[in-house]
Design a protein around this ligand. Structure first.
Ligand code: TRH
Length: 388
């Protein structure tokens, strides 16, 4: 009788993710998170093409900035130097993703057209709560001259979008950490946060340079309860320096009135999650930290990436319209923070602070609601299977 044969393991699906770091590290923040999750949770062999390794290194210290190719956490990282590469069909992945409509090298596209079958080609779009997204999610666009089709894939806040990036087990890790005061104290202790500061209202601050930080600091100084503001080096530098009265380098801190400001290092991505989980209120920005604040299930204020003709105000209002925790005061403070309206910081801050317990409860409901939409990586692979 012949020995039963072990079925050969199916070869891993391959995926190429092209990321152009347009401005800062937000784009690579999202792409790096997506790449790791596809590799770790779905056994996809991911190649991440990145044009700016220096920015990448800020959120992932393992990155070697002079290397053309490197393996990090199971992901192949390629330095995307220019548009001139020469590629053949064998170089093309089964799934090709361009992040945020970046132009992938023409040679790579020509090689895609030579493949049989063709790869599934996706443009992963930016996150917005605007309702038109549901009508555009997964729409196809044929290439004008080659036999290739590109599909638009939108992250979003409803079941008719691609959902949000969320690793499996994230919710459990977050809740274990938040239910472990010693772990939180030890984590913040590494940044010099004292026991008294641990007992204060802890706020993390991440924003673009335009945010009215000085006004907020002034309101916090008059807060009835002590406030500790943890700000990564390089963020809101002018206002932080003015408050500290010295350059805002890592470890610098000062207390004025009820407010202590403390400068933190820019931490690797997993530690940034812990920072959000450990704080009572998070100011976040862009896309990735904005989503991570939602998974932290704590009140947060979003500083949206500024766009021409104040398009970002439309997007901000669309989010405030759907967000479960958007009390009237959270809306007013958010609009003021994003310069969409004028607010009196000395009155809006205490009004918002009084809403925080209610917002915190709703933040937990919101998180459940978002998780019910499925996570973006799984939704993306499910969609790829429908195309093939
Ligand atoms: O960098 P961002 O401003 O993001 C982006 C880009 O500007 C992009 O061009 C724009 O299109 C998009 O916003 C809308 O902010 P974001 O998205 O929050 O990304 C920051 C990343 O940095 C995120 O992955 C979290 C991470 N981070 C750390 O890893 N450690 C830290 O200490 C901090 C403060 C952030």
């Amino acid at each position: 009788m012949p020995f039963p044969t072990t079925p050969a393991a199916a070869p891993a699906r391959t995926l190429a993710l092209f990321c152009k770091v347009v401005d800062n590290y937000g784009d690579i923040g999202i792409c790096w998170r997506l790449a790791r999750q596809l590799q770790r949770e779905h056994a996809v062999a991911v190649t991440l093409w990145v044009d700016d390794l220096v920015s990448f290194r800020r959120i992932c210290p393992e990155v070697g900035t002079n290397l053309d190719m490197q393996q990090i956490n199971g992901v192949t990282v390629r330095h995307w130097r220019d548009q001139d590469g020469v590629f053949g069909a064998a170089d093309v992945a089964d799934i090709v993703i361009e992040f945020f409509a970046c132009d992938i090298p023409p040679g790579y596209i020509r090689a895609m057209a030579e493949c049989t079958p063709r790869p599934v080609w996706l443009n992963l779009e930016g996150l917005t709560a605007e309702t038109w997204v549901e009508g555009c999610h997964t729409l196809s666009s044929p290439h004008p001259s080659m036999s290739l089709t590109k599909y638009f894939f939108f992250p979003g806040f409803t079941s008719r979008t691609g959902g949000l990036l969320a690793e499996s087990g994230l919710e459990r890790q977050r809740s274990e950490f938040q239910n472990d005061p010693a772990a939180m104290a030890s984590f913040l202790g590494h940044f010099g946060v004292s026991a008294a500061e641990m007992a204060s209202l802890k706020v993390s601050l991440f924003c673009y340079p335009q945010a009215p930080v000085a006004e907020l600091f002034a309101a916090w100084q008059r807060n009835p309860q002590a406030v500790t503001c943890l700000v990564p080096e390089g963020v809101a530098s002018a206002a932080v320096e003015a408050f500290l009265g010295r350059p805002p380098t890592v470890g610098a801190s000062a207390t004025r009135g009820a407010l202590t400001v403390r400068v933190l290092p820019f931490v690797p991505q997993p530690d940034y999650d812990r920072l959000l989980w450990a704080c009572d209120l998070n100011f976040v920005r862009g896309e990735d930290s904005f989503v991570r604040a939602q998974w932290a299930a704590r009140p947060f204020i979003w500083h949206i990436y500024p766009q021409d003709e104040n398009l970002h105000h439309v997007k901000l209002k669309a989010f405030l319209h759907v967000y479960a925790g958007a009390t009237a005061h959270l809306q007013a403070l958010s609009l003021g923070w994003n310069d969409a309206t004028t607010v009196d910081w000395s009155t809006i801050w205490p009004a918002f602070a009084a809403d925080m317990p209610e917002i915190a409860e709703k933040a937990v409901d919101w998180q459940r609601q978002m998780l019910a939409n499925g996570d973006l990586s799984s939704n993306l692979l499910k969609f790829v299977d429908t195309v093939k």
